[in-house]
Design a protein around this ligand. Structure first.
Ligand SMILES: Cc1ncc(COP(=O)(O)O)c(C=O)c1O
Length: 424
């Protein structure tokens, strides 16, 4: 597409989309194509892609095996509503891979998966309140959009809604705790045990790893008080390790949610967990009063399932996670080294498959630690990097199996040049 046509695309976007965007990413970026670890925009500019479609494209864009699997299914029909073999096989692959997963229910997005996981915990315990962590992201439901990104720190455990349009009453059903503070969680769980339906946590919150022992303490506190523990593994599932964060950190929740990687770039997500909680999706097991009705037009979609299965097959190959982690480790070390050499106070926070820099002199252990970072400097750095052919989210580098040594070299050079411009 030439420049004139690209200009038309931007103008149309501004006319027909609020803010000129789908809501996800700045309007000035319109991506035309992706292959492997790279994408091209409508003006033909090439980027090393660390956005990865916000995470799903772990094995790279247009991976030949994923493309072939999806195309083969497309030729045979794209959705049936009824069960299909590929969706059943994907559920089996999840049960085999993910430690807590005895059964699986498919939905189309991570937001929905989190919404239903919380509802399943409520149905199971017949209690209402959910404890979540400040800065923890669990999609876009009314319950999840509490203290995700408060501009100022609130008072624990009171939630601050993140969006207009959320009923005031929802606030009463959500309890907010500080991430990585097991003592605070223990106090809250004990205080609210009779009304607490579940604790939902990103085991690796945004780019903040759990402190040693934090997840184990959560597991112990929730089990001791009869409160289901939900890991939101929409990001970490099949990314930190094949069995997700629960395998990587060695702590098994009661329920988890999955998305992104399991759909291979198509809309598909899941709730997975212990059979006794998943039973609430089955009226024949729990009866009318305890039944959690759950229906979705595209649930278990066979094209998404085909792409997901092909993605998982690539990830099961020997050496896949070693390579992913090695690429990420090299990049993390390089970025940390360059910023240190430039005398810029910075923390490289994350795990090798997913990290970013926080411009702060203090280690980041919770949302308030992120807030302490220099957000303006990060925005400038990201903008300088985009000019130098690096595409990334606001606060994340997603690493792909498709990122090559040449991509790494290109990235390090872009960092060097952007840091020079920052300090000039
Ligand atoms: C941890 C986490 N949970 C849930 C979601 C929501 O997933 P979706 O965008 O598929 O609704 C996201 C999306 O980025 C996420 O990062």
């Amino acid at each position: 597409m030439d420049d004139t046509t690209a200009t038309d695309v931007y103008a149309t976007a501004r006319r027909v989309l609020p803010g000129g965007t789908f809501g996800n990413f700045p309007a000035e970026v319109v991506i035309r194509e992706g292959r492997g670890g790279r994408v091209w925009d409508e003006e033909g500019r090439e980027y090393v892609d660390y956005l990865l479609g916000s995470g799903p494209m772990l094995v790279g864009h247009a991976h030949p095996e994923v493309t072939a699997a999806a195309q083969a299914q497309i030729a045979k029909g794209t959705t049936f509503f009824a069960n299909n073999r590929l969706g059943i096989e994907l559920a089996e692959a999840i049960v085999e891979a993910v430690p807590c997963a005895e059964q699986v229910r498919f939905v189309s997005s991570g937001s929905e998966a989190d919404l239903y996981a919380m509802r399943a915990a409520r149905a199971f315990t017949r209690r209402d309140k959910i404890l979540k962590f400040e800065g923890g992201y669990h999609g876009m439901s009314d319950y999840s959009l509490m203290s995700l990104a408060p501009p100022r720190s609130g008072n624990f455990p009171l939630p601050l809604p993140d969006s207009a349009g959320i009923p005031k009453s929802v606030r009463d059903e959500v309890i907010i705790a500080p991430f990585n503070d097991a003592d605070a969680v223990a106090d809250l769980v004990r205080e609210h045990r009779d009304e607490l339906a579940g604790v939902i946590v990103e085991p690796f919150q945004r780019i903040i790893p759990p402190l040693p022992g934090f997840l184990a303490a959560l597991r112990k506190i929730t089990a001791a008080n009869g409160v289901p523990l939900i890991f939101d593994e929409v990001v970490t599932g099949f990314r930190l390790a094949y069995g997700g964060a629960q395998e990587y950190y060695g702590v098994v929740p009661d329920l988890c949610t999955l998305g992104k990687v399991i759909g291979g770039g198509f809309p598909l997500a899941a709730i997975a967990g212990k059979a006794e909680i998943m039973a609430h999706f089955d009226k024949s097991q729990v009866g009318d009063a305890n039944f959690l009705v759950q229906i979705g037009t595209l649930s278990g979609n066979p094209v998404a399932a085909a792409a997901g299965l092909a993605t998982l097959a690539v990830l099961r190959r020997p050496g896949a996670y070693e390579q992913l982690h090695a690429t990420g480790r090299e990049l993390m070390a390089a970025l940390g080294g360059l910023l240190k050499a430039a005398g810029i106070a910075a923390q490289i926070s994350g795990e090798p498959p997913l990290f970013d820099v926080v411009f702060s002199a203090e280690p980041v252990r919770d949302y308030r630690g992120t807030l302490a970072g220099d957000a303006g400097l990060l925005r400038r750095f990201n903008a300088l990097l985009r000019e130098r052919g690096i595409l990334k989210g606001e606060s994340k580098y997603y690493i792909s199996l498709a990122h090559t040594p040449e991509d790494v070299r290109f990235t390090i050079e872009a960092w060097q040049s952007a840091i020079k411009a920052l300090t000039a």
